[in-house]
Design a protein around this ligand. Structure first.
Ligand code: NAP
Length: 204
């Protein structure tokens, strides 16, 4: 089982760290405030600036903060699997909010980290269903897109060992579909059409 580092200990950070712990992986959580990382059960807490220990690095941060990871940790991320769960939306309009010409946050990240294996994943699930591992009575489905087959398989092993389902969404260029899907899921929950504890269910 690969070791995992999670940046951020908020809703998604604590949920994906929990998936790593359930899978039996060593999990490090890095936060600007070490006490917040230490509040996540079963992990090794670290403060921003300490070295990354994981092979799989999950950026459970707001989309704009990914640039800070690239600036502060770019060299350490070489050869690692870097997972982007962000939904880059403008919360004022709920429109996708990417720089002109950028198709997805994940492809932008891959452009900034050419020596890393970037995976888009976890953004199509709400934190509640990732934390519980259950969505409407079935295992929560995690979709993942990447240009690296090895990276997708490494993440799949963790997700399945934690009891969730994994769906291969193909190449990293599919991240734009996933980000639109994630944004739609938020729009529906905000309108009351669905709930923050529910979400899309993928039926094979
Ligand atoms: N919540 C969901 O259900 C959900 C679902 C799918 C995708 N996502 C995506 O997952 C990502 C995280 O969302 P979340 O709901 O977990 O957010 P959150 O609960 O607000 O947690 C955000 C985390 O990022 C840290 N952070 C914020 N700004 C930072 C900065 N400038 N530099 C470094 N660290 C920073 C926060 O640290 P502090 O506590 O120190 O501020 C916190 O640990 C977002 O990109 C979101 O779009 C969320």
């Amino acid at each position: 089982m690969a070791s995992i580092t999670v940046f951020g200990s908020g809703n998604i950070g604590s949920a994906v760290a929990g998936i790593g712990v359930k899978a039996g992986a060593d999990v490090q959580v890095i936060d600007r405030d070490k006490s917040k990382a230490a509040a996540v059960s079963g992990v090794t807490p670290a403060v921003w600036g300490e070295p990354i220990t994981g092979d799989i690095v999950i950026l459970a941060l707001p989309y704009p903060a990914e640039a800070s990871v690239v600036a502060d940790y770019g060299a350490q991320l070489a050869d690692k699997v870097v997972v982007d769960p962000s939904n880059p939306v403008d919360f004022g309009t709920m429109d996708l909010a990417l720089p002109q010409g950028v198709h997805s946050a994940a492809e932008e990240l891959a452009g900034k980290l050419p020596d890393s294996k970037v995976v888009k994943a976890f953004n199509t699930d709400f934190a509640a269903t990732l934390a519980s591992g259950v969505n409407d009575g079935a295992p929560t489905t995690v979709m993942a897109a990447s240009d690296s087959e090895d990276a997708r398989q490494a993440l799949q092993a963790v997700v399945e060992a934690a009891g969730l389902r994994f769906v291969d969404a193909g190449a990293l260029k599919r991240a734009s579909y996933m980000e639109a899907f994630g944004a739609l899921q938020m729009v529906l929950a905000m309108s009351g059409a669905t709930q923050w504890t529910s979400g899309f269910k993928v039926v094979k």
